[in-house]
Design a protein. Structure first.
Length: 286
């Protein structure tokens, strides 16, 4: 067999073999990969390249070496799930860099980070002022996580005592001018509903690049023609405004009428409507 055919055959074989092996080794974010796993991937890639170029004369030796570098990391990862000591030995331990707002210089030296590098990492986490940082730790992947001081953390709805409606993942129902039926039906809508929404806004389906429906049932559209300005849906806001108007009218009627029975009725219903509005506010106003 000619040399180029051998290289072609071995390269195709190794390609599909590596595809299978990487699936077996599991999903990993290369940015958050531990040094040990990164080195394992590099060695596997080098061995695969040598096999595909027929630089390893005995293919059995090549596949044995490849198997060792694939199976051993998998076995060690499984064992590290059972043993914290083995996990720390293989992947290393997290290192505290800042504690109670104070930089731990010894730990900084241990991780071989300079002060400028630490400040750069903090800035990448939106911590531009060192005085705002309460705690910072370097994970075994090399990533630095930052915990801000309590008076410097962003205010949440819970901090303000505001109730908000739970949110679910938005579903893409139109992609590149094509209706995606499965996510549309999963939301309880159909193509007729989508057609009415598009007709109401004066948009044709073939001009829609992406259409998404959020957990509240609002449809967001991104068009191919960016010059077209679409009005944002205000259905929930208008509904809440109508509730406010009705509640205000009932309160006014209760104040103006001289009939005691009517005054009591208006006041009672105004109070009930106010309670209903308080419950619906997180869902209608966000």
């Amino acid at each position: 067999m000619q040399a180029w055919l051998q290289v072609l055959f071995s390269s195709i074989s190794v390609f599909f073999l590596l595809l299978l092996l990487t699936r077996i080794m599991g999903k990993r974010n290369i940015v958050r990969m531990t040094p040990f796993r990164f080195v394992s991937y590099i060695v596997i890639a080098v061995i695969a390249a040598l096999i595909s170029l027929n630089l390893i004369q005995n293919l059995a030796f090549g596949f044995i070496s490849l198997g060792v570098w694939v199976l051993f990391p998998i076995a060690l990862e499984y064992l590290s799930l059972k043993s914290k000591w083995l996990h720390d030995l293989i992947n290393g331990k997290e290192t505290v860099l800042i504690k109670h707002g104070k930089i731990l210089e010894d730990n900084l030296l241990q991780t071989r980070l300079t002060g400028e590098q630490l400040l750069r990492e903090l800035r990448s986490k939106n911590a531009f002022n060192l005085a705002d940082v309460e705690f910072a730790v370097m994970e075994d992947t090399g990533d630095i996580n930052v915990f801000m001081k309590s008076n410097k953390k962003p205010v949440s709805a819970t901090d303000l005592g505001i109730k908000v409606a739970p949110l679910a993942e938005p579903q893409t129902v139109v992609l590149d001018g094509t209706i995606l039926n499965e996510p549309l039906f999963s939301l309880g809508f159909n193509t007729e509903w989508l057609g009415i929404q598009l007709e109401t806004r004066g948009v044709s389906l073939d001009n829609v690049f992406i259409g998404q429906v959020d957990s509240s049932g609002d449809l967001y559209l991104d068009l191919f023609d960016d010059s077209v300005q679409l009005p944002q849906p205000k259905v929930k806001e208008m509904l809440y405004a109508n509730f406010e108007k009705i509640q205000a009218d009932l309160t006014t009627f209760a104040l103006e009428t001289q009939n005691k029975a009517a005054k009591k009725m208006y006041s009672k219903h105004a109070g009930k409507l106010e309670q209903l509005m308080e419950k619906l506010k997180p869902y209608l106003l966000r």
